[in-house]
Design a protein around this ligand. Structure first.
Ligand code: MG
Length: 257
């Protein structure tokens, strides 16, 4: 079921968006060559505790998961792109890092992800990250009342195809509210003018993610981490946005943080 939020409810979602934005900004600042993925998870856990927020991930146990996730964020490194389970690994020079974080504040959820390189970047990694960010910007620009979900999907796909990237539609954006994953699904490819109409009060996470030379994923033995089938690297960019009569509000905006 697709739920629409009142303007007052959207205001009450802002603290969750701000908390997720501030946490990701702080974690990004702290994450360097040598940083252990478990230390990033511990820092995020500490920030959740201090803020009186709740993790959306720690007890997360969907049908495809072997057991509850047990950590508070996803850390996907290099050819891992989604659902990376933090483990005992210290980052190396040139690693491409994706942090995906969702939390609940006062009963409302926000969800956001960012990719970046620690140490000396490869040009192709920076280009891939820039493409996911540009796709997210294009998608947000299309997230206006009167458009449809397909307009968001098509905006993402146009950017990806412009760079010769292929798209996996198994995992994409989703409704956000009291829980992390709700309707509607927001695929990273689709046809303009199709799908659910975008109405004021619709709150969704939009999350383009791409791999350099494939769109096929394999699951690690940990039961969670999804990586490219061919070892090529991935990047992911996600914001939670609210559609309003005055245009989209990026609830997880990190600008200036
Ligand atoms: Mg997310």
């Amino acid at each position: 079921m697709i739920e629409l939020r009142t303007p007052a409810e959207i205001e009450r979602m802002r603290p969750a968006g701000r908390f997720v934005a501030e946490t990701l900004a702080a974690l990004r600042e702290d994450t360097k060559v040598g940083t252990n993925l478990l230390a990033i998870d511990r820092r995020a856990h500490e920030m959740i505790r201090k803020a009186g927020a709740e993790s959306c991930y720690i007890d997360y146990h969907p049908s495809f998961g072997a057991s509850p996730f047990g950590k508070v964020l996803c850390t996907s490194i290099n050819d891992a792109v989604l659902h990376g389970l933090p483990h005992d690994y210290s980052l190396r020079d040139g690693d491409l890092v994706t942090l995906d974080f969702a939390a609940s504040v006062d009963g409302w959820v926000a969800d956001s992800a960012v990719s970046f390189v620690v140490g000396t970047p490869r040009d192709e990694d920076l280009a891939l990250i820039e493409t996911t960010e540009r796709a997210l910007d294009a998608a947000i620009a299309a997230a206006t009342a009167g458009n449809r979900i397909g307009d968001i999907s098509a905006a993402i796909a146009a950017v990806a195809h412009g760079e010769g990237l292929s798209i996996n539609t198994d995992f994409g954006g989703h409704g956000v509210g009291r829980v992390m994953h709700g309707d509607p699904h927001v695929p990273n490819d689709g046809r303009p003018g199709r799908g659910f109409p975008l109405k004021p009060g619709l709150v969704i996470a939009i999350e383009p993610w791409f791999l350099q030379t494939t769109d096929e994923l394999v699951t690690d033995p940990d039961g969670w981490t999804l990586r490219s089938v061919d070892g090529s690297r991935g990047a992911h960019s996600e914001h939670t946005i609210a559609i309003t009569a005055d245009g989209p509000i990026v609830l997880t905006d990190r600008t200036g943080l």
